[in-house]
Design a protein around this ligand. Structure first.
Ligand code: F6R
Length: 240
């Protein structure tokens, strides 16, 4: 794992956007798995700008969802679906056939997970997985203590995830479960970018780098990945 520390949120987002562009340049048929949330937002805005300005062709790029809140409709602005469409797919006019997201309203959630696993196999794996870090160290919705060999699955959300997750919603919402790709997908991704910024992430970044590698703090698993980069700003790094 490499660690890349930047002076501020803007610099780290610029760096991350350029990293994604280099994956697209190397493989115009890449499969990307992109997290939602506050951390990667500016990265995606910069990425979209660059793709449009540089006229980069993305018609063969596939996008797979990392996770989704069970029971939240995709029309809700707090859903992962809404976030990705608003910030990436709509501005880039991505063909719907290249977008593969969890249906968190499905009557058969286990089947949703099975379909996602099969799809990723058909796409021959994930070329780039970009993840954030939850304050409890979760990756996607792989919560502390979850199995390391999981593929897509239904996750029982950690109390901290439920509490912090409210920030994405304007209304009070009942969150209990999530659908998520598993840690086995994380390991298998050909490249992983993990991002964190701000003082609020300082403690979990320290644990990510220093705690024993274990699913008790899922983010520590990045240290076992063969091709991973941790992208953080100075505030999250704890440097003065
Ligand atoms: C979202 C996701 C989550 C977030 C994490 C950090 O798709 O997978 O694991 O990456 O909770 O969220 P932010 O970036 O809002 O601090």
């Amino acid at each position: 794992m490499n660690c890349s520390v930047h002076s501020d949120y803007h610099q780290m987002s610029e760096f991350a956007a350029n990293e994604i562009l280099s994956v697209l340049a190397a493989n115009p048929k890449a499969t990307l798995c992109l997290a939602t949330g506050d951390t990667p937002l500016l990265t995606y805005q910069l990425l979209v700008e660059k793709i449009i300005r540089q006229k980069i062709k993305i018609s063969q790029i596939h996008f797979v969802g990392l996770d989704e809140w069970v029971g939240v409709p995709h029309t809700n602005p707090g859903s992962c679906h809404y976030f990705l469409h608003k910030n990436i797919f709509t501005p880039l006019n991505v063909n719907l056939k290249n977008i593969h997201l969890f249906d968190a309203l499905s009557a058969n959630l286990a089947d949703e997970c099975k379909k996602m696993n099969e799809l990723i196999d058909r796409l021959q794996g994930i070329d780039l997985m970009l993840v954030g870090i939850g304050r409890n160290g979760h990756i996607g919705f792989n919560e502390p203590g979850d199995a390391e060999n999981n593929f897509a699955h239904i996750s029982q959300l950690d109390p901290l995830t439920i509490e912090v997750g409210q920030k994405y919603f304007t209304e009070t919402i009942h969150l209990q479960k999530g659908l998520t790709l598993g840690l086995a997908h994380f390991y298998a991704a050909r490249k992983v970018m993990m991002m964190a910024n701000g003082i609020k992430k300082k403690e979990i970044v320290k644990k990510t780098l220093e705690y024993p590698i274990s699913t008790q703090v899922p983010a520590t698993l990045i240290r076992k990945h063969q091709n991973a980069i941790l992208i953080i700003d100075k505030d999250a790094s704890g440097q003065e």
